[in-house]
Write a protein of this length. Structure first.
Ligand code: NDP
Ligand code: MG
Ligand code: MG
Length: 340
């Protein structure tokens, strides 16, 4: 059984008198920084001049260069995109990191794949909220929390885990439960989940279903509702009551079709492909490819992004969604990366 920590196992006092530098003020950065501040913890933000810098200042934070923020900090939380963290770490974080301080992450990629190698005299801790940044903030304001993962890679101070739990308390994680894991497990399961199921798997399922119907001559609007729009209603049932609960709510015809046809679509071949995807994650093949893609200027990434964004599923969806008054059009409330 997984070890789960709650507020009662947490000693917030280990953060007393300490300063947390949150490096990056995007999805996770703004949420974690604001939650920590509301919990009474001293926070500074480390950034480069630009959009996020202005936003953090407007939100009332002390904003510094990355070098200055790290110099001031007892705890440094790296919340820049994973693919830029190693570069900024080498140039601006490592030279300014105080001995005896702590380096925090919200995803294990750079430590697990050896892109960042911290000195032996700092704690290295993972606190990964299992939800997108905007939810981490919204749920906290409502008095609840998003569950989080905790892992200790290096315990120089002898209190790395206590420090991690206190940080998790500060962002609201201990209200929902903080599950103990390792950098390896968090990194590999996070990548597998987003590739095989949550993002890659679901997007392809939707797209292939949509194309199968439109290729067979059905109206794209009808195909859109069947293969994409209704997905949310089904997933909401799964989220609240599991697969069995979802099947209780649908018709018996749908349930029988689920049993006999589902595994014809996602069956043994997909299981084998999932195992291959997992193996590529475990042996570092995927990480190497993503790092090389970034170094080469993201040509493949940008090309596929463009192709996917102009697919007929997107054109028809955009038109249909304009008439759906209940969908929140405010960019600020948009959920950006529910997967990490
Ligand atoms: P975002 O892309 O939302 O935010 C990036 C931030 O980093 C921006 O404020 C950006 O500022 C800043 N930044 C980029 N480059 C630099 C630089 N060279 N120097 C200083 N600041 C820079 O990141 P996320 O919040 O999505 O991800 C942060 C971490 O959290 C990652 O490790 C991710 O895996 C993890 N995570 C993310 C989740 C999510 O919900 N998104 C969920 C759980 C974990 P600027 O405006 O200047 O570009
Ligand atoms: Mg139906
Ligand atoms: Mg992720």
């Amino acid at each position: 059984m997984a070890q789960v920590y709650y507020e009662k196992e947490t000693n917030q006092e280990v953060l007393n008198g300490k300063t947390v530098a949150v490096i990056g003020y995007g999805s996770q950065g703004h949420a974690q920084a604001q939650n920590l501040r509301d919990s009474g913890i001293q926070v500074v933000i480390g950034l480069r001049p630009g959009r996020s810098w202005e936003q953090a200042k407007q939100d009332g934070f002390e904003v510094l260069t990355v070098d200055e923020a790290v110099k001031r900090a007892d705890v440094v939380q790296l919340l820049m995109p994973d693919e830029v963290q190693a570069r900024v770490y080498q140039a601006q974080v490592a030279p300014n990191l105080k001995p005896g301080s702590a380096l925090f992450f919200s995803h294990g990629f750079n430590i697990h794949f050896g892109q960042i190698e911290p000195p032996a005299d700092v704690d290295v801790v993972l606190i990964a909220p299992k939800g997108p940044g905007h939810l981490v903030r919204r749920v906290f304001v409502e008095g609840f929390g998003v569950p989080a993962l905790i892992a200790v890679h290096q315990d120089a101070s002898g209190q790395a885990k206590q420090l991690g739990l206190a940080y998790a308390w500060g962002i609201g994680g201990t209200r929902a439960g903080v599950i103990e894991t390792t950098f390896k497990e968090e990194t590999e399961t996070d990548l597998f989940g987003e590739q095989a199921v949550l993002c890659g798997g679901v997007s392809q399922l939707v797209k292939q279903g949509f194309e199968t119907l439109t290729d067979a001559g059905y109206q794209p609007e009808v195909a859109y509702f069947e293969c994409l729009h209704e997905l949310k209603l089904i997933v909401d049932l799964m989220y609240e009551e599991g697969l069995a609960g979802m099947r209780y709510s649908i018709s018996d015809t749908a349930e029988y079709g689920d049993y006999v046809s589902g595994k014809r679509v996602v069956g043994e071949a997909s299981r084998k492909a999932m195992q291959e995807v997992l193996a590529d994650i475990q042996d570092g093949t995927f990480a190497k490819r993503w790092i090389a893609e970034n170094e080469a200027g993201r040509k493949e990434f940008n090309r596929i992004r463009e192709e996917e964004a102009t697919h007929s599923l997107e054109t028809v969806g955009k038109k249909l969604r304009q008439t759906m008054a209940w969908i929140d059009k405010d960019e600020k409330n948009k959920v950006t990366d529910p997967t990490a």
